[in-house]
Design a protein around this ligand. Structure first.
Ligand code: AR6
Length: 507
């Protein structure tokens, strides 16, 4: 850190490395066994034009089953879908009732199960002068109908245990999401444990349309705004996005107790948010192992908000199998479409957001989002078990580690796992500091208004930094803390480290 604050070894926000600062050469866009590209790479590399990659549809367990698949029994379903969508698309305006009827026509099984009251309410409470939904529905239908020509190549599933990536255009994403809006994806409506996609998040939007709540209305406002932008020629996004599943192999897992790395740079603030002040850094999504968590339901915590303001992230639900303990998902290039205020029940859509992020050589916005799912601790005390601490260390490291072909900016994070998942913010801060140190990357830590955590983290960081404490020593201190915590649940981690950091047994 060149610019240190006077009283602390912490950095200022401007000292953090961001994607904009880097000038890494990506070289031509290429596909290979582990990287599927849904656009034509030759035309892209030679003329910067984005055309659909020709390919074959595959009705296969390794690929997304598409509503327009040519497989015999699906063909007839697409006939029904396309007939309904064509009829909607040909209208100047369509009502929510029209949308509902279309969706139920090709999902007749759910006639009495799915409700559309949230969509109806949105329509009813929006003042006439601001209600553009009736003209938008036909446009979303027209976009959904483009699926057979926009996405030709089979989309592989990002399955557990396999590192693999998919790059597609923002237009292809919008077309897939228009299909999700019209609930066209086959085999994705049952959540029974034996269902084919039981290990995947849901993708059809029916769950967003029913069970009216204030939250749903605000989410729908953001989602509809996204569709407004992507169906308008003048605002249609013109780049690519990459979704990459990374698996940390057992041989790559650090031996934490002997890790000699020293703490890396840290910026701590109680102001600001990961997605705004952290733009251009590796932005941590406090994820669910089923990516996107409750974004298509009532959830409105950090992950769901991120997905609602960057709706392109939602498409990851189509192909990302539940994350395992040693896995993460990295999304490069997604665009923010909406601003917001509040959190949970107080969340409000705050209007359009104009994403000014530059694009990289592959026409991707210079943004990187890292989805890592913390453990959900029903009993708080469980988190102090060493095997859980090690799991969290490996999970964070899997995301922070940096991968070939990636620029590796510093990391923007905060109270990962400390809200819905009940984690201890001190422990999670330390775990992330250790993983960042091993990965040799700086950390910007947003405490989200928690002034006390900010001060205490700064104090303990200053002490540890001044003494050149290693990750290995911290791991051993955590081991002792784990035992102490089980004897006395009131022990405080930062106090414990301050008192025990010079203990001989750890030198
Ligand atoms: N920037 C910085 N900090 C934030 C932000 C933000 N934008 N938003 C929230 N925080 P939580 P978890 C702080 O509960 O515990 C979702 O449903 C705030 O202090 O979202 O890992 C997922 O899908 C908040 O209390 O994360 C999972 O199912 C804390 O971060 C589940 O929640 C934790 O945010 C994950 O829960």
């Amino acid at each position: 850190c060149q610019q240190k604050e006077r009283t602390s070894s912490c950095c200022q926000l401007k000292d953090m490395e961001r994607l904009q600062h880097g000038d890494m050469k990506l070289g031509p866009l290429r596909f290979n066994k582990r990287h599927t590209v849904l656009i034509d790479v030759d035309t892209f590399n030679s003329q910067r034009k984005i055309l659909t990659q020709k390919g074959r549809d595959l009705w296969h367990s390794d690929f997304v089953k598409m509503p327009c698949s040519q497989v015999a029994h699906q063909k007839s379903r697409w006939d029904v879908i396309s007939k309904k969508l064509k009829s909607l698309a040909s209208k100047k305006t369509a009502s929510v009732k029209d949308v509902e009827e279309a969706i139920i026509k090709y999902n007749p099984k759910y006639k009495d199960q799915w409700s559309f009251d949230a969509l109806h309410t949105l329509d009813q409470i929006t003042p006439h002068t601001e209600n553009y939904y009736k003209t938008l529905f036909p446009k979303i239908a027209a976009l959904a109908l483009k699926l057979p020509s926009f996405v030709n190549k089979a989309i592989p599933l990002l399955r557990k245990g396999q590192s693999a990536a998919i790059t597609m255009s923002q237009v292809q994403i919008s077309c897939l999401l228009a299909n999700a809006f019209f609930c066209t994806f086959p085999h994705r409506n049952t959540s029974s444990p034996n269902a084919e996609y039981s290990g995947y998040p849901s993708i059809n939007f029916n769950s967003l349309f029913g069970n009216w709540s204030r939250r749903k209305i605000e989410k729908l406002r953001a989602i509809m705004h996204y569709f407004k932008e992507v169906t308008d020629e003048s605002t249609r996004p013109k780049g690519l996005v990459t979704f990459e599943r990374e698996c940390l192999s057992y041989t790559d897992m650090p031996t934490w107790e002997s890790c000699k790395a020293n703490l890396s740079k840290l910026h701590i603030t109680s102001e600001g948010q990961i997605e705004l002040e952290g733009k251009g850094m590796l932005q941590v999504d406090f994820a669910n192992s089923l990516i996107g968590g409750g974004v298509l339901g009532s959830g409105l915590l950090q992950e769901e908000i991120l997905f609602v303001i960057n709706p392109e992230l939602i498409v990851a639900r189509l192909f990302t199998e539940k994350l395992e303990d040693n896995e993460c998902l990295i999304i490069t290039g997604s665009q923010q479409f909406s601003s917001y205020s509040g959190f949970g029940d107080s969340f409000e859509w705050a209007g359009p957001y104009e994403d000014q992020s530059q694009r990289d050589e592959w026409a991707r916005r210079k943004t990187k989002i890292l989805a890592i799912d913390a453990m959900n601790f029903r009993h708080s005390v469980d988190q102090y078990r060493m095997r859980h601490i090690t799991r969290e260390l490996n999970k964070a490291y899997c995301g922070f580690k940096g991968y070939d072909g990636h620029e590796n900016p510093d990391i923007a994070t905060g109270k990962w796992g400390c809200g819905a998942f009940n984690g201890d913010p001190q422990l999670k801060a330390l775990i992330q500091l250790m993983a960042a140190a091993k990965a040799k990357r700086g950390l910007a830590f947003f405490t989200f208004g928690d002034e006390n955590l900010k001060q205490r983290l700064q104090h303990i960081y200053d002490l540890m930094f001044a003494e050149g404490i290693t990750v290995g020593k911290l791991y051993k201190l955590l081991h002792d803390f784990s035992s102490a915590k089980h004897c006395d649940s009131h022990v405080d981690l930062f106090d414990f480290i301050e008192k025990n950091r010079n203990s001989k047994s750890h030198l």
